[in-house]
Ligand binder design. Sequence first.
Ligand code: GAR
Length: 190
Amino acid sequence: MVRIAILASGTGTNAARLISHFRSDARGEVVLIGCDRPGAGVMQRAWDLGVPSYLFNGTMLQRGVVQAELRRFGCDLVVLAGFLRLVPSDLVRDYAGRMVNIHPALLPKYGGKGMYGDHVHRAVLAAGDTKSGITIHLVDEEYDEGRHLLQVPCPVLPGDTPATLASRIHELEHEHYPQVVAQLVDQLGR
Ligand code: GAR
């Protein structure tokens, strides 16, 4: 059984989907939720779903405290689900090929530092793009630059606001992220 950690900074809808997916898929289990924002919704979700959670700040992340916690929990795979910090190089190296991220746009467009959540959707709308989508990719030492595992497009509709576009993108994320993570779990479990 592959032990999965999720790192998240936000409301945690993707984290909740992943947790529930692996409650009926015995190949993996979400054993830890790490969060860098006190009061983030994902902490409440972890509590409600009975998954151990761990709160840390940027200094702890830089000093290897998170890395030690992931080791302590025996985590084989790290899933970033709305995690807004750059992952330090030594942690990326520890989990090379075993750390995955989801981005709410079709990378390489609208990626990089500061490009997250509604900032991305606002930029897509301001550019007048007629499509957006999701990118699921392995994590390397740069923001949003690792090897793509899956991209799924969706239309940008006339009258879309950041909220309506975000909701369409979230639906895609909830459908595809557990599937892609399950494929990685399958590869790691062999
Ligand atoms: C998701 O849309 C995810 O793609 C995005 O944050 C949202 C988190 O939602 N991630 C980024 O923008 C990373 N650059 P959630 O907290 O409801 O899962």
